[in-house]
Design a protein around this ligand. Structure first.
Ligand SMILES: C[S@@+](CC[C@H](N)C(=O)[O-])C[C@H]1O[C@@H](n2cnc3c(N)ncnc32)[C@H](O)[C@@H]1O
Length: 204
């Protein structure tokens, strides 16, 4: 398997990096859920060394692409990808290959391209994995107050629902409310290019 390419990752990676550098804890491993092609992981990891960056995905072809990007990287803190299905019961109970505490969970562009149960599983797993002060980072398009914030997001939402009625742009307040039930306190919402948001949660 060769390295897959998702052009959006090259557009959004610099603004995301800036937010991650500001908000992620200064030590401990970073678990990325739904790493996709692996481009983000290979770009971000060197900036966080010696913290370990652990990429993951549900999809075998993506896991192979992540591994291909890792093989092309010189970052020795970028770990081999692991298979994680965020909707699976107890997904967080794995023999993680990290030798540092997992202090951050990073999830970019998944919760709208997956059934809501994946968001629920992501929040539950983050609750289980993180200790007090740990950070969950979400990135993607969101509705706010039940309304789309841009016509392009509304069109994207329709496109997603046409592919799968269980997919769709999530309401920010619904995610924040559910996160609070999982001990994850909303710390910040940051506007990002192209009508996306970065959303930061801190484990209580
Ligand atoms: C739009 S892609 C985003 C990938 C990458 N984070 C990026 O920004 O390029 C959505 C990703 O979510 C993954 N995914 C879908 N359902 C999942 C699940 N239940 N658990 C973990 N990952 C999942 C897909 O395999 C895919 O890599």
């Amino acid at each position: 398997m060769t390295q897959r390419h998702a052009p959006a990752t090259e557009r959004n990676r610099a603004p995301i990096l800036e937010v991650l550098q500001h908000h992620l804890p200064k030590d401990g491993a970073i678990l990325e859920i739904s790493s996709g092609t692996g481009q983000h992981a290979s770009f971000f990891a060197p900036f966080f060394a010696p913290r370990q960056w652990l990429p993951s995905d549900i999809d075998e072809d993506n896991l192979a692409s992540i591994e291909a990007w890792r093989n092309a990287s010189t970052a020795n803190n970028l770990l081999a990808p692991v298979r994680v299905d965020a909707s699976a019961p107890d997904w967080w109970q794995q023999p993680w290959s990290v030798n540092q505490a997992i202090n951050a969970v990073v999830n970019i562009n998944m919760i709208h391209i997956a059934p809501w149960v994946c968001c629920e599983g992501l929040l539950l797993g983050s609750e289980q994995l993180l200790s007090a002060g740990g950070v969950l980072y979400l990135y993607g398009p969101f509705k706010q107050g039940g309304q789309h914030t841009a016509a392009s997001n509304e069109a994207f939402d329709t496109h997603l629902k046409n592919q799968n009625p269980l997919w769709g742009v999530r309401n920010l307040e619904s995610v924040i409310e559910l996160a609070a039930q999982h001990g994850l306190e909303h710390r910040a919402t940051i506007e990002m290019p192209a009508n996306n948001l970065s959303v930061i949660f801190i484990r209580r």
